[in-house]
Design a protein around this ligand. Sequence first.
Ligand code: NDP
Length: 303
Amino acid sequence: MTDGVADIIDGKAFAASIRARVGEHVARLKAEHGLTPGLAVVLVGDNPASEVYVRNKGKQTAEAGMASFEHRLPADTSQETLLALVAELNADPAVHGILVQLPLPAHIEEGAVLGAILPEKDVDGFHPVNVGRLATGQTALVPCTPLGCLMMLRDRHGALSGLDAVVVGRSNIVGKPMAQLLLRDSATVTVVHSRTREIEAICRRADILVAAVGRPQMIGADWVKPGATVIDVGINRVDAPEKGPGKTRLVGDVDFAAVSRVAGAITPVPGGVGPMTIACLLANTLTAACRAEGLPEPEGLAA
Ligand code: NDP
C-alpha cells in the first residue's frame, strides 16, 4: 500500500494462475495415470445469466484439459427426470464433479436435487455432508466463491491466525462457508447481517472485511479500518447514465473509490472475486478426481 491508496488484488490474474496450475496438474494426471478429470454441468431452463455461466464453465474446463459434459434440459423438466440424470452422473466414473446450475425452476425442490449429488462429486460444496464436514474440520469440498476469497486472503496475509475477520452476509453460498473457512484458518470471525446492530462499528474492527450482501456500494470508507483487506463478493448491476441512455455497469457491495483510500488491499468489481469462482470450480473438480482415485492432491488448491 502506498499512502492512502490500497493495493488492488487482481482476481483476474490470480484466477489465471490457478487455472494454469490446474492445467499443469491435469496434464500430469493424464500422462502418469491415464486419468482425465471430468466435470458435468446441468442447466435446466434458459435463464440468460445461467447460460453465460455454463458456457464459461464448459470453455474453461476444456481449456484446463478436463472433460466437460454439458446437460441442458428444458424448463419444464420434472424433478424426477433431473434426479434420474443426477443418479446417472453419480454412477459415471468419467464424471468426478457434478454441478447443477442454480437457480432451478420453481417446481423443482433445490434441496432435493443438491442432496442427491454424491458428496464426493459435489464440486459446489452445497451438499449437507460437505457443509457438515467443513463445519467439523473434516476434509470437504467447499463452495467455490468463498474458497476463492480464502486463497486471495492467504496470498495477501500468509497466515490468518488471530486476525479479526468480519463477514457481511450469512448466505449458505457465501457468508456462512466463508466464516467457516476463516475460522478454520484461526481468524477471529464475526458474521453480520441485516439484523445486526452497530454494523459499521463492528466492520471497522476488521483486519479482513468480506462483503457478500448484494447491495450496491453499501460499505463506505467509514466502515473500514485503515490498512484492512477488503474482499468484495457483491455483483450488482446499476444504471450508468454516464455511459449513455439505458446503459448499466457492475459494482460491488463496497464503495471502491472511497474505500480504496482507506484499505490496505481491496478486490475490484469486476475483476476481483468473480473470476476466482470458476477457477475454484476447476480446482475442486481436480481435487475430487484425485481423491476418487486415491492420488495426491495438488498443493494449495483446496481449503
Ligand atoms: P443473499 O441474498 O443470499 O444473502 C445476502 C446477505 O446479506 C444476507 O445474509 C442478508 O442478511 C445480508 N444483508 C442484506 N441486507 C443487509 C444490510 N443492509 N446490512 C447487512 N447485511 C445485509 O446473497 P448471496 O450471499 O448469494 O450473494 C451476495 C452477493 O454476492 C450478491 O451480490 C451476489 O450477486 C454476489 N455473488 C457473487 C459471486 C461471485 O463473485 N462469483 C457468487 C455468489 C454471489 P439476512 O440473512 O439477515 O437477510
